[in-house]
Ligand binder design. Sequence first.
Ligand code: NAP
Ligand code: 3JN
Length: 342
Amino acid sequence: MAEKGYRVAVVGATGAVGTMMIKVLEERRFPVVSLKALASARSAGKKVSFQDKMITVEELTERSFDGVQLALFSAGAGVSRRFAPLAAQAGCVVVDNSSAFRMDPEVPLVVPEVNPHAVRTHKGIIANPNCSTIQMVVALKPIQDAAKIKRIVVTTFQAVSGTGQKAVFELEAQVQAIVQARPVPRAVYPHQIAFNCLPHIGAFLDTGYTEEEMKMVNETRKIFEDPTIQVCATTVRVPVYYGHSESVAVETHRPLSVEEARALLRKAEGVVVVDEPSLNRYPMPMDAAGRDETFVGRIRKDISVEYGLVMWVVADNIRKGAATNAVQIAEILMREDLLRVP
Ligand code: NAP
Ligand code: 3JN
């Protein structure tokens, strides 16, 4: 480490995730000696705040990573594909939030509560999983360890912030228009999202599944290092600003009672159990927004299989689903002295 900290860059510093990355670096007191805020030419000259300073946003170029030790990327897969390898070549370790490298066998895909050891194999780029995968595997980790997962059937209820800042504005504008009986503006989604649900996240593939659904399938197997886990996902966009919710039915190879699962989840790193349905207490996105934990409730037996449980899992998609997970990865890199390209 440099004397007082690391030279850090955030790529996509003006976006929903990048803005949160800067906030989380500050909140968690990651030792930063200098911060570069990088975005497209459109944003060059804008200011972002970090600690007690205003930082001028710079246009991302091929030379942006000279002298930088750690770069957190959140500007989309195209930008990552082009610039992350250049950053690594310049000696900068990249934590990438996009799907660009997640399934690359040379790139670790890491959730710190689940597979922190995978970081050690990095060759310059570490991938952050998709937000829907992250919260699901955090909740499933103790179940995988205790009873080995056979199959997962998951349905998600994903907040509009997962699409980016423009979708947050769109939901707000649509609600305003509807209550004022004006025509409903629509630009981001193929249908109105206010007072509606869209079973459509990412493009549809020939199989009938969407890209988001297949990310959950493939990333879960890679993170658990178990290609035999069967996953069937349905991903749905709902009119919620922050916080993804998921109904997760998990079938296991070995028996695990509801009481055992609840006890394991209570002890699990990064998990908060909220499970008192008789008192109307269960996880909700309103309560998870702004938090870094994954909230689990409605834990019950899956009555349709021999060994199975069903639960309701909620987390802040921009924090644990993206920015916080990335900063936690950086913290492991720092702790294990891995903030250098081998
Ligand atoms: P957003 O609010 O639309 O922000 C996009 C950011 O990328 C902005 O800072 C934008 O800069 C920058 N950017 C766009 N094109 C660029 C270019 N050619 N060169 C440099 N910077 C460029 O989107 P977001 O919600 O923050 O998401 C950003 C990305 O993060 C997504 O595309 C996705 O890959 C990833 N993500 C991951 C998760 C997850 O599940 N872990 C969740 C959400 C997002 P300007 O302001 O200059 O346009
Ligand atoms: O829609 C959501 O709730 C999460 C969105 C994630 C996302 C959006 C655009 C591009 C991703 C991602 O992280 O998988 C990507 C991408 O990088 O492909």
